[in-house]
Write a new protein. Structure first.
Length: 101
């Protein structure tokens, strides 16, 4: 169940263009997801724009999400530098969320 998910990492993620599916993802109450999340988007990505990744990130509570742009294309960035720091922060956020439950 979604309640058991501790964190999410979305790389080049996006909301579907189908408005029915997007509405279903938002849910009836339009409540933000409180799952700790890391969203990665490449500034040179020609498949999924940063804007589309930000639209998906908007489903997550801003207090529990991290959005990071990397200089690459539609790839999984290496776990160094800013990406490594963001991963560490994600895990710390997830630990804090679990501890408060």
């Amino acid at each position: 169940a979604l309640a058991d998910v501790k964190f999410a990492i979305l790389i080049g993620g996006f909301l579907p263009k189908d408005p029915t599916v997007t509405q279903a993802m938002w849910g009836y109450k339009r409540e933000l997801l409180s799952i700790s999340s890391l969203h990665l988007s490449g500034t040179q990505d020609t498949l999924i724009s940063t804007e589309r990744s930000r639209e998906l990130a908007a489903l997550f509570d801003e207090n529990s999400r991290i959005f990071l742009e990397h200089g690459g294309r539609h790839v999984v960035p290496t776990g160094s530098g800013a990406v490594r720091d963001a991963l560490r922060q994600l895990l710390a956020n997830a630990d804090e969320t679990q501890a408060s439950k």
